[in-house]
Write a protein of this length. Structure first.
Length: 355
């Protein structure tokens, strides 16, 4: 199946050829790289936040690479991506990586030995002078996958960061965490800046438990702030900050988003190449503006009054995509928090990839 035959039924796209895996991998890794550079270049995050985001996304890219190795030559199983307001792999694909680890030895025992497979490769290439079969390539990829995949490098549904001394927002401490929302299939990167009068070592277990139980999914920051404030009464949050990475607007999408619609329409009319894409980044900030008391006379608790800032919306796109969007939907572009950020085109030789 060629790149021009990507099937996208309902809300899931199935990658069914090695060309599609290579193509998809290029788009997503390029998009993430672009955003990571843009966070610094355009001062969307401070240095401390950028360092942490890069660490989280390193796990994401590692997992994506393991998926590519796992599925590229597999003729029976195919990777699924979410084509509705996402463009990223379905969350279950990350779960499968974890599940495969539990059966690593069982799978490896079913595969030929490395030296045996090398000899077959050499015989095929040098003696028979023919191409290596897809089945043998699948065996080689499987050996590489099951030998190399490491659990501590896999991007999980919830990843907890450490409590650090804050260097911004007039706060004592900062804690970060990342989650992959299982309904939206997008990664969310989170930061909380706070003050705490006691020994921070005594706080860790309680703080991490509360974040895992209440902050592992997409919800309004007001709700999240109240839950954290209510359960951690000795913690005084000063700022909650959340980055929503995505969606990726590309040929691997099928939704009502206006950017996605315009890009797909232009690809179909051949006004844009198949590799055209854009990426949306949303940032929410919630700051404290005072305190109030809640509870009975004998059991009053001090909670925060929160000031919700308008969601910041940013768009990263190459020159030709921006030209098209400015021409077709200028009113939507003007509603962004800043003018779209110009990024390089994604250079992929599609004819070469399909051969």
């Amino acid at each position: 199946m060629s790149l021009n035959q990507i099937v996208t039924p309902l809300d899931s796209a199935t990658l069914e050829s090695k060309e599609q895996y290579v193509f998809y991998h290029h788009i997503v890794t390029h998009a993430i790289d672009v955003v990571l550079k843009g966070l610094e270049t355009h001062n969307l995050c401070n240095t401390q936040e950028v360092v942490l985001i890069k660490q989280y996304m390193k796990l994401f890219l590692y997992s994506l690479e393991m998926m590519r190795v796992k599925y590229k030559y597999d003729e029976e199983h195919h990777m699924k991506i979410d084509v509705t307001e996402s463009g990223f792999p379905n969350y279950l694909e990350f779960r499968y990586l974890i599940n495969d680890l539990a059966l690593r030895n069982e799978h490896i025992n079913r595969l030929p030995k490395v030296e045996e497979l090398k000899e077959k490769f050499l015989d095929t290439l040098l003696k028979d002078k023919t191409h290596i079969s897809e089945h043998q390539l699948f065996q080689a990829a499987s050996i590489l996958y099951y030998s190399d995949v490491e659990e501590h490098k896999i991007f999980k549904r919830f990843i907890q960061g450490k409590i650090l001394k804050a260097n911004a927002h007039n706060a004592q401490y900062m804690v970060s965490w990342c989650f992959y929302d299982v309904s939206l299939n997008r990664p969310f990167l989170n930061f909380m800046y706070f003050d705490y009068s006691g020994d921070v070592e005594d706080l860790k277990d309680d703080l991490y438990t509360v974040l895992l139980s209440t902050a592992d999914r997409s919800m309004s920051l007001d709700t999240l702030a109240y839950l954290i404030d209510k359960k951690l009464y000795k913690v005084y949050p000063k700022l909650l900050r959340r980055l929503d990475l995505g969606p990726i607007h590309s040929v691997f999408a099928k939704d009502e988003n206006i950017f996605t619609h315009q890009i797909l329409k232009s690809i179909v009319s051949k006004d844009l190449p198949l590799s055209s894409y854009a990426l949306t980044l949303s940032i929410d900030n919630l700051t404290t503006k005072g305190t109030f008391k809640e509870g009975s006379f004998f059991m009053k608790q001090t909670l925060q009054h929160w000031d919700k800032q308008p969601t910041e919306k940013y768009l990263f796109a190459p020159h030709r995509v921006l030209q098209m969007l400015y021409h077709n939907v200028p009113e939507t572009i003007t509603r962004l928090s800043k003018s779209p950020f110009l990024i390089d085109d994604l250079e992929i030789d599609l004819k070469k990839k399909e051969n």
